[in-house]
Design a protein around this ligand. Structure first.
Ligand SMILES: Nc1ncnc2c1ncn2[C@@H]1O[C@H](COP(=O)(O)OP(=O)(O)OP(=O)(O)O)[C@@H](O)[C@H]1O
Length: 280
């Protein structure tokens, strides 16, 4: 396996605010790596630096050995918000073909490539519709097809399934794993969902609270063929999700964390109350 992505000593600050601190990792060709981290820890910032959309304050990113200094031609990104990333005035087919316009390809080849990508995500037959005529899950499939059509060396995905309902999310997760394996794509996917990171990943990189640093790099030793019910029930899955949860927040679930945050906020309010009365 060759190294597709190399992140070396990456730091990023917005002014005084340090968001990423000395991040070092690689992603091998054909791997689906997930990055999981708490909300606001700097995941999107890291992806923007990798995509060449943001110049890191320190360190460097290389894609197949070439240092990233701008957006690489052979990189594609899928964002969470499909409704803002598809052009509503273009048909589904034209949306998928859009990034290929800058390639040295004939119109017929572009059309064929778009048709293949739409078929890969189970959307043959909807090419002439407009994005707004499709459900949210279907629109996100179009975004994935558009990213795949350019056959990127690296596919970056920023919380790609966070805006769809739970059932659609499961379908899209399975679709991504199937297509990634069929096409041998290299994928780096960011999520704040622990279960999703374990279910999807060949590997899970766990980020700390802001400023983000890597606290663990875990191999996911689950069978390549995964199933939303049996895989999630398996002992290995349960063990791994527990490990990631403990690394992220001492084993508390999202609900328990929310309850803890609320209790802390109420306690802080109670402490502040007598002082405000004194002032009156
Ligand atoms: N352009 C910017 N200018 C200044 N601060 C920013 C900018 N973008 C992000 N930040 C800050 O950097 C921190 C990390 O943000 P980022 O969006 O990278 O985190 P995240 O882990 O992706 O968050 P979430 O899980 O909520 O999407 C946050 O405190 C955010 O407010």
């Amino acid at each position: 396996m060759s190294t597709m992505l190399e992140v070396n000593g990456l730091n990023h600050s917005y002014g005084e605010h340090v968001v990423a601190k000395d991040l070092n990792f690689t992603v091998e060709s054909g791997q689906l790596a997930c990055i999981v981290g708490p909300s606001g820890c700097g995941k999107s910032t890291l992806l923007r630096c990798i995509a060449g959309l943001l110049k890191p304050t320190g360190g460097q990113v290389s894609l197949h050995g070439d240092r990233v200094t701008g957006v690489p031609e052979d990189l594609a990104v899928v964002f969470q918000d499909y409704s803002r990333s598809l052009f509503p005035w273009l048909s589904v087919r034209s949306n998928v073909e859009f990034p290929l316009r800058w390639r040295d390809m004939s119109k017929a080849d572009r059309r064929e490539r778009a048709a293949e990508a739409l078929a890969a995500v189970g959307l043959d037959g909807v090419g002439s519709k407009f994005p707004w005529q499709l459900s949210g899950g279907m629109q996100q499939r179009v975004s994935i097809a558009r990213a795949l059509a350019s056959r990127p060396a690296l596919l970056l995905m920023d919380e790609p399934f966070a805006s769809v309902d739970a059932q659609t999310r499961f379908e899209l997760e399975d679709l991504l794993r199937r297509v990634q394996r069929e096409q041998g794509s290299t994928v780096l996917l960011v999520t704040h969902d622990i279960d999703e990171s374990v279910y999807l990943g060949d590997r899970v990189l766990v980020l700390s609270k802001s400023p983000a640093s890597i606290v663990a790099d875990l191999a996911v030793d689950l069978p390549a063929d995964r199933d939303q019910i049996t895989t999630r029930e398996s002992a290995e899955f349960v063990k791994l999700r527990g490990e990631v949860a403990r690394l992220l927040h001492g084993g508390l679930s999202d609900e328990e964390l929310a309850a803890r945050d609320l209790a802390e906020a109420e306690a802080a309010e109670r402490l502040a109350e007598p002082r405000s009365k004194e002032k009156l």
